[in-house]
Design a protein around this ligand. Structure first.
Ligand SMILES: [Zn+2]
Length: 138
């Protein structure tokens, strides 16, 4: 009897170099929405809630100083990262009602694996110690 062929993933994802910036932003948005829906709909061993924070970051950005708003340099996000290009978001994960600040929590690895399955250029910043940072082509 013939062995069944291994299932090969179809390369449905485009290479970032073949996409314009607009197309990358639209594609990243689609991937992010699908991933967030997956996180929210998956049966986890914990009660998991997800939110999105810090999508496009403009630099300089408006910050409040006292009662005034002034333009200031963004010191939170890496200047060479994908936030200024609209190609990164930060995921907020709550487990049993608690905000997860531990970047080594196993849920980040599960989420990153799912993201990389969706597209190898899409995933979390686990390898640069920013586990909740989700980005495209970084
Ligand atoms: Zn980030």
């Amino acid at each position: 009897m013939e062995k069944p062929m291994p299932i090969e993933r179809q390369p449905t994802h485009p290479h970032p170099a073949n996409l314009t910036h607009r197309q990358q932003r639209c594609y990243f948005t689609e991937l992010t929405c699908d991933l967030v829906a997956w996180i929210a709909g998956k049966e986890w061993p914990w009660k998991v809630e997800v939110a999105i924070d810090e999508w496009t970051i403009h630099n300089p950005r408006l910050v409040k100083v006292g009662t005034q708003k002034v333009l200031a340099e963004d010191r939170v996000h890496h200047p060479g990262g994908q936030h200024p290009r609209g190609l990164a978001v930060d995921l907020l994960i709550y487990i049993d009602g608690e905000y997860i600040t531990d970047g080594t929590h196993p849920i980040w690895k599960y989420i990153d694996e799912r993201a990389r399955e969706m597209d190898p250029h899409f995933g979390l910043g686990i390898h640069f110690n920013d586990a909740n940072h989700l980005s495209y082509n970084e």
